[in-house]
Design a protein around this ligand. Structure first.
Ligand SMILES: C[S@@+](CC[C@H](N)C(=O)[O-])C[C@H]1O[C@@H](n2cnc3c(N)ncnc32)[C@H](O)[C@@H]1O
Length: 278
């Protein structure tokens, strides 16, 4: 694996304080964060260096921080979780990031984007967020309005809604592969209260707060991009894939998940990333 050092070192607080290190889907350990930084940010450096960047669903600012390390002019992080934004501010202060280089806002991204002027940012980062937005298409339209040059997306696809949970094997044994070649949206319900944040826009069901997971197939995602007039390209994860031969069904069982490497999400198209140009 070609892993550049220095986006974020192993002893950085953005690594040591992240409780998501051992999470199955997209862990936040040293290797995964750095490989994502390289593929999503450094390999698109022309859209990062010297640019004004909006980081949507920024969590506690790990990728905002790395974008600044890579020479971004300014980064604004938006997240609906007040606790995470508080932590982001503390971590940026502790890391001595100059205050004029960043800002953080607690808000639902849809509300934030609806009130934003056209072309307010050069580049928008949208990592791990699209599938939490019930109307992906409306969201993409708002991104198009807010960005001057580029949007970088890293997201789960429809396969993800089928591999979630212990019952995935039984629940999904009747789904055939052909449906994924079509432009289809797969919705599933998800608990609004996650371990590290709560989803906004939730509703009550069976005494729980629920939200939608809205996971488009790749053909649907690309149909959205085309219909909005984006030029787009899938980002290349091939140099990092440990098991390029796996498919999404290999990740449905608990044992399949235990036996997997986090990059299997990319080799199976359960997760994809794109550069969109305007
Ligand atoms: C899976 S995490 C992604 C973190 C980071 N961007 C990454 O990819 O590593 C999703 C983040 O999006 C935030 N989020 C989810 N829905 C949101 C919404 N509608 N508006 C603002 N933030 C939202 C959550 O609070 C959480 O911090």
């Amino acid at each position: 694996m070609k892993l550049k050092n220095g986006y974020i070192p192993e002893n950085s607080i953005f690594i040591t304080k992240d409780p998501r290190k051992n999470r199955w889907a997209i862990p936040f350990h040293y290797e995964a964060v750095n490989v994502r930084a390289q593929t999503l940010l450094d390999e698109n450096i022309e859209h990062i260096k010297g640019k004004r960047i909006l980081d949507l669903g920024c969590h506690f600012g790990t990728f905002s921080y790395i974008a600044l390390q890579l020479g971004a002019e300014f980064v604004l992080g938006v997240d609906s979780s007040a606790d995470l934004i508080k932590q982001a501010k503390e971590m940026f202060t502790a890391s001595s990031v100059p205050e004029d280089k960043y800002g953080f806002i607690i808000q639902d991204v849809i509300k934030y984007l609806e009130n934003l002027s056209e072309k307010s940012f050069d580049t928008i980062l949208c990592f791990g967020l699209l599938y939490y937005i019930p109307d992906n298409y409306h969201f993409l339209k708002l991104l198009k309005k807010a960005a001057k040059d580029a949007i970088i997306i890293d997201t789960f696809t429809a396969y993800y809604s089928l591999i979630q949970g212990k019952d995935a094997v039984e629940a999904n044994s009747i789904i055939k592969d052909d449906i994924f070649k079509l432009p289809v949206m797969m919705h599933s319900l998800t608990q609004a209260k996650k371990k590290y944040y709560s989803l906004p826009g939730s509703f009550k069901g069976q005494n729980k707060k629920l939200s939608f997971l809205s996971c488009p197939t790749i053909p649907l995602l690309e149909l959205y991009f085309k219909s909005l007039g984006f030029k787009f390209r899938q980002l290349d994860w091939s140099q990092y894939l440990k098991n390029p031969q796996k498919n999404w069904q290999d990740l449905t069982s608990s044992q399949g998940k235990i036996d997997s490497h986090w990059t299997d999400l990319y080799s199976t198209d359960v997760r994809v990333s794109y550069l969109l140009n305007l």
